[in-house]
Design a protein around this ligand. Structure first.
Ligand SMILES: Nc1ncnc2c1ncn2[C@@H]1O[C@H](COP(=O)(O)OP(=O)(O)OP(=O)(O)O)[C@@H](O)[C@H]1O
Ligand SMILES: [Mg+2]
Length: 1107
């Protein structure tokens, strides 16, 4: 969910009035009451326009948390309740966004909370400015410079436990993005007298106490220090411990901060050595020693301390000792050495301690600057934060207070200059109607102090430089003379008799009526402090130190660089640096934080109205409110104003052609800003109320958003339009192409339709024509046919006529011939009748025979004996001749065929002839065997090594070698046997092994029986009583039965000269051992294919089914 923007305002839930400008009625009481009311409700900040009044709460309030930082970040100044963060944010943003260098001037008396305020500003800016490792380091270094400087430059005073005893102005530098780049710190006059002496109830600088409390034993030992404060003369004892301050832990913080800022370990060590040396210097005591010339000379009482200091600082003990006893004055190449008495020795010691410490402090600032200085040379934006010691009034006020209060006068002056005077003068300059508001201008006090001729500082310098005896009293005398008439100068001894009887004013004092109150200054020490002299012997002794830091702190101790010119006095130095500071501040946009101290007790919740009232008065806050109320909150030259807001009005946006002022007038009229809210100056527009400005800003913001939206809108419109135009162009192209295409299609369709119509028409026309032509043709044809028929009829009629004519003619001729023949035959019949018939018959017969033979010769069939063709007989009477001729021709061609045969072929044909005689028409198997040549040796006995034994056993020529089936008489099953027929024997041998099973001489074979059917079964009957017959006859079956039987018949015939009986019958008896079994052949089914099956039916019957 989007974060709800809660628009709060200064006016929301306001306690009292957040901005004093709105206070009604405006007087001192209401002002204080308002402050008190707010203070009681923990509202410590209140505005006077853009000035922030801050009242020290003396306790920590929960209003500086990171959440608060976020709350105030990027918000309008008057949007939230008054806060120091609002001012910081405003300053930071105008620095970042409007490129204006800023300065934050924090004023108020000591303890009012200036240092705290400056730290809050810095931490706020650090929190809101850029982020990143490098930036964070810069921020951290800038922030951590504070604890270091506070430790060395702050001290507990009666007014403030952490009182700044130096002035500090810090420039924080930013790049164009608002990221911090670095910083530069300037310091102003450290109150160094505190090093050697502190007023009652006050302390020395924090660092001394911090070292003694926080350093380890070892470190203390190194620094030759002891933890006990009372061991050191320079540490005031009555308030060495401060409530709520932990020196030990602060020491750790300081060391840590030094490390973060970039101090090297040896640098830190050196710094603490110097601090220790200063502390120990206070313990050096002197005793008087009378000298021969009657002058007193001082001697160091206890040399131990001196020795330790020298060890710490690397100074030759004798050199330092001498520097404490003598003073060398150099004048015109002459060196005069005078002894120092005890008082002078103490003075020298303290001067050395103060100088050492103050120079160390300056060195620290320089060193920190080195660390935090910006690393780039790019143009920087600057935010200066000024935290200077506050106005202070002590019981005894000396030169330091004088300087501090002078500085505060100057700050007040700049405040007046910029807020009261300058503002009012500007109104007059710009011609704005204005009623002058009275206020106290402290320029007169500043003049009292800094006037080059008659100013107190000038007097002091004059005294210091004047030859002759110069004391503080002579200085006061001078003041009494010169300043007597000054309204703000008071002195008992002045020429002005006003104060002659003023007992509150001692003789050795003068009083100044500062803007913030009267302060009485003790004149004692002014001259010395202004001179700030360190005996040359001491500075030279320091320069000789074997300690790089100390050596560097006293460059004037270098004898090679002796400068006889007096150094500028402390007062003039300070005046100059303050003048520079003021100049610097005037170039920047000021932001004021005016700190107010609610009570003198450093206590929370106490609001001392009298005290506050006093501060309000001298700070001129009421006048501030008045000027603010009567005047205008904001002003700006016309050009930038018009430039910034011109977008709010149609006439001025985007360009205004006329003068800027007229443009602004038009703009404000258009915006209907009430007339009392603004005024037109000569060069600037003045806006009375900040709210009007904020309204303008809000309108501008809104308008900028609208403009952004407008730009977006126009851009989007342009984009859409471009897109649309492109699409339109595309659409036109597509449409034209489509139209062209569709027109093309349409045209093609019309064209094809036209062609179709045309072709139909042409077709129709052609058909019509064709029909006509056909009709014509048919008419022609018909005419032709009719003509033809007519001609035919004519012709036939003519032919018939001609034929009839010819027939008639022929008939006439024939009749005539017959008639003539008849007449001849009747005449010559009696002469030819006797032999003419016979001769004609013989001749005719002869001719017929001739013709028959000649035709036969041409029609002779082929010479193949089996060719059955023979030409038909032409005449019946030649029938017997024709048959005889056929028989003779057949015999002749058979003889011709036989004459071609070889002997072997003859043998084969003989065998075939034999077979034909034996089986033709007897055995059904025979016709199939005619075409099969008789091969005899189907088994290659001699070739097959398996039958080698069989071959060896048979020495005669083998006629038949064939595998047969021997039928088992027991069951009719067949077993394979090799059947061999030689010239003399029939042999049966085992098919696998070749061993001879039976051998029958051909003489013992009596008969061979077989069926008349188409099977290969045959029985070989053996002679009864022969040796072979003992086992009985053989019943065999073979695929070559015809051949086997023929060959057996022929071999038996040639061997025994007897014809073997071949019985062909479908039922025959076979002798099996003792039994005779009948073998019967029946017609079987074709179940087993064409293979005959043999089955034993009973003891006497073996049935062979032949398919
Ligand atoms: N905003 C604050 N919130 C809480 N305590 C504060 C605040 N401002 C000041 N104090 C307290 O008041 C004390 C004095 O403040 P600070 O040191 O800022 O005064 P100062 O104006 O700098 O005085 P001086 O001129 O002596 O340096 C601080 O030590 C702190 O205890
Ligand atoms: Mg301070």
């Amino acid at each position: 969910m989007a974060k709800m923007e809660v628009k709060t305002s200064l006016l929301d839930d306001m306690i009292g009035v957040g901005d004093m400008v709105l206070l009604e009625p405006l007087n001192e009481d209401s002002f204080i009451n308002n402050l008190k009311k707010r203070f009681d409700h923990n509202e410590v900040y209140t505005y006077i326009g853009s000035v922030v009044i801050s009242i020290n709460p003396y306790r920590s309030l929960p209003i500086y948390t990171p959440e608060k930082v976020e709350e105030y970040r990027n918000r309008n100044f008057y949007e939230l309740s008054p806060h120091i963060f609002a001012l910081s944010d405003e300053a930071y943003r105008s620095l970042r966004d409007q490129d204006k260098d800023q300065c934050i001037l924090i004023t108020g008396e000591s303890g009012a909370g200036k240092t705290e305020a400056s730290k809050l500003v810095m931490s706020y800016v650090a929190a809101v400015c850029g982020k990143g490792a490098e930036v964070n380091q810069v921020k951290e270094q800038l922030l951590q410079s504070n604890p270091v400087l506070e430790a060395f430059g702050n001290a507990k005073t009666v007014r403030n436990d952490n009182s700044s005893r130096f002035g500090k102005y810090m420039d924080i530098e930013f790049d164009f993005k608002g990221d911090p780049l670095g910083g530069v710190i300037s310091n102003y006059l450290l109150e160094k007298s505190r090093v050697v002496k502190q007023p009652r109830g006050e302390r020395n600088f924090h660092i001394f106490y911090q070292i003694l409390s926080g350093a380890s034993e070892e470190f203390l030992c190194k620094l030759k220090l002891e933890r006990d404060f009372s061991r050191y003369n320079y540490l005031g004892l009555d308030s060495a411990r401060v409530n709520g301050v932990d020196d030990a832990s602060n020491f750790r913080t300081v060391r840590n901060a030094m490390q973060i800022v970039g101090f090297m370990d040896h640098e830190t060590q050196s710094v603490f050595e110097v601090v220790a040396a200063v502390l120990k210097l206070g313990n050096i005591e002197f005793k008087p020693e009378s000298r021969a010339n009657g002058l007193d000379e001082s001697k160091v009482k206890d040399k131990n301390e001196l020795k330790e200091i020298c060890e710490l600082t690397g100074i030759d003990q004798s050199v330092l000792e001498r520097a404490f006893s003598f003073r060398t004055v150099e004048a015109k190449q002459e060196k005069v050495s005078t002894t120092l008495n005890v008082a002078q020795a103490y003075y020298a010691r303290d001067a050395l301690a103060k100088n050492l410490y103050s120079r160390l402090f300056s060195w620290l600032v320089t060193r920190i600057n080195e660390s935090i200085k910006a690393q780039t040379k790019v143009r920087k934006k600057v935010m200066g934060v000024l935290d200077i010691y506050g106005f202070e009034i002590f019981e005894d006020n000396s030169f330091e207070q004088f300087i501090i209060n002078y500085c505060n006068e100057k700050l007040q002056q700049i405040f007046i200059e910029l807020t009261l005077k300058e503002e009012q003068e500007e109104y007059i300059r710009e011609g704005i109607e204005w009623t002058h508001i009275e206020y106290f201008n402290n320029a007169i006090i500043c003049d009292l102090i800094e006037n080059n001729q008659t100013g107190i500082l000038a007097m002091l310098d004059e005294e210091c430089l004047r030859p002759g005896t110069v004391t503080d009293d002579t200085f006061l005398e001078k003041l009494n003379q010169v300043c007597a008439t000054h309204q703000h100068f008071e002195s008992r001894m002045s020429k002005c008799s006003r104060f002659l009887n003023d007992t509150s004013l001692p003789h050795s004092c003068f009083r100044i009526q500062h803007y913030a109150g009267k302060v009485m200054y003790q004149v004692e020490g002014f001259v010395d402090k202004n001179n700030d002299l360190l005996y040359r012997d001491l500075s030279q002794a320091m320069w000789k130190a074997n300690h790089s830091l100390i050596k560097a702190l006293f460059p004037e101790g270098n004898p090679a660089k002796i400068n006889l010119k007096r150094p500028p006095t402390a007062g003039s130095q300070f005046k100059a640096s303050v003048a520079t500071l003021m100049k610097n501040l005037q170039t920047k946009n000021p932001n004021y934080i005016r700190c107010i101290k609610p009570n003198d007790k450093k206590a929370a919740h106490i609001f001392n109205e009298a005290l506050v009232c006093h501060q309000i008065r001298y700070l001129g806050l009421l006048e501030n409110v008045r000027v603010r109320r009567a005047g205008y909150a904001f002003r700006q030259p016309y050009e930038p104003c018009l430039e910034r807001y011109k977008m709010l009005c149609k006439q001025t946006w985007p360009h205004w052609r006329g003068p800027a002022r007229a443009g602004v007038e038009v703009l404000f009229n258009e915006l209907r800003i009430p007339e009392e809210e603004f005024s037109f100056g000569r060069s600037k527009i003045f806006i009375r109320n900040p709210r009007t400005l904020f309204k303008l800003e809000d309108l501008r913001k809104q308008r900028l958003e609208d403009l952004a939206t407008l730009i977006g809108k126009i851009y989007r419109g342009w984009k859409c339009r471009t897109h649309f135009l492109l699409m339109k162009k595309c659409q036109v192209v597509i449409a034209s192409w489509y139209r062209r295409y569709s027109q093309q299609k349409k045209y093609q369709k019309i064209k094809s339709s036209a062609i179709t119509v045309q072709s139909y028409t042409r077709g129709w026309k052609a058909r019509k024509l064709l029909r006509e032509l056909k009709h014509l043709k048919r008419c022609n044809e018909a005419a032709t046919v009719i003509a033809a028929y007519w001609h035919g009829t004519q012709a036939r009629r003519e032919l018939r006529r001609l034929k009839d004519e010819a027939r008639n003619k022929h008939a006439i001729a024939v009749i005539w011939a017959f008639w003539l023949g008849y007449k001849v035959r009747r005449e010559y019949r009696k002469f030819f009748r006797a032999n003419a018939g016979r001769k004609i018959y013989e001749f005719t017969l002869q001719r017929i025979m001739q013709k028959y033979f000649l035709e036969m010769k041409n029609k002779m069939p082929s010479l193949s004996p089996i060719d059955k063709n023979w030409p038909a007989r032409p005449y019946l009477f030649l029938d017997s001749t024709h048959k005889e001729l056929k028989r003779i021709f057949h015999l002749w061609r058979c003889k011709k065929y036989r004459d071609q045969f070889t002997d072997q072929q003859k043998l084969i044909y003989e065998e075939k002839l034999e077979a034909s005689e034996l089986f033709k028409d007897k055995k059904a198997l025979y016709p199939a065997s005619v075409g099969q040549p008789f091969q005899g040796a189907y088994l290659e006995i001699s070739e097959n090594p398996k039958y080698k034994k069989l071959k060896d056993a048979v020495d005669e020529k083998i006629i038949i070698a064939e595998v047969v089936n021997k039928i088992n008489r027991a069951n009719g099953k067949a077993a394979s046997r090799i059947f061999l027929l030689t010239k003399t024997n029939v042999l049966l041998a085992d098919q696998k092994s070749g061993t001879i099973k039976s051998e029958v001489p051909l003489g013992d074979v009596t008969k061979v029986s077989m069926s008349s059917q188409n099977d290969g079964f045959f029985a070989v009957h053996l002679k009864e009583g022969s040796e072979a017959a003992s086992k009985g006859d053989f019943l065999l079956s073979s695929d070559h039965l015809i051949e086997m039987a023929t060959k057996l018949y022929r071999t038996t015939l040639s061997q025994t000269k007897q014809k073997l009986n071949i019985e062909i019958s479908d039922e025959f008896l076979v002798q099996f051992k003792q039994d005779k079994v009948c073998v019967k052949f029946i017609q079987g089914s074709q179940k087993n294919g064409n293979i005959p099956t043999c089955k034993r039916k009973n003891n006497r019957l073996l049935e062979v089914a032949v398919p």
